[in-house]
Design a protein. Sequence first.
Length: 168
Amino acid sequence: MNSSHVSLIKGVYFLSDEVVIDAKEAILGRVASIAAKLALQGKRVHVVNVDKILISGSKRHIITAWKKFLEVGSVINPEHGPIHYRRPDNIFKRVARGMLPWRKPKGKNAYKRLRAYHGFPEELKRIQMYEIAKAKATKPASFYISLGELARELGWKDHTIKKQVNVK
């Protein structure tokens, strides 16, 4: 194994073929690049808490840029245009896909080994979880927007939030 990958994730050797990465309060691009690299190395990568991943920059600029991206489509038939994901796990997988050689067989196989979850599934509790020290956000929270917030702005209906019903 390359020593550069060992230093990226707390200097831990990955003895098993499955890796669980906690993405809470980490920067989106850094987590996606490390997850893509591990998937290319043949590891099955599970990224949890993707709704808590942070995107750096002004909230207003990030939201307007993503909403402008939603307007992109095909002139002839909208079904032929790019697919615009609104769920945080799908947005993360799309970002990570951009860091893989997607059109080659090794990139397709690596993409199949990559999984993203919002929250922490019970079946992954048995696998040792890693936090990426280099990907953690260092600035105050006002410099970032979470992927969950962005997804809600784009139209994601979070079904995990329980709505309170006023009973009279």
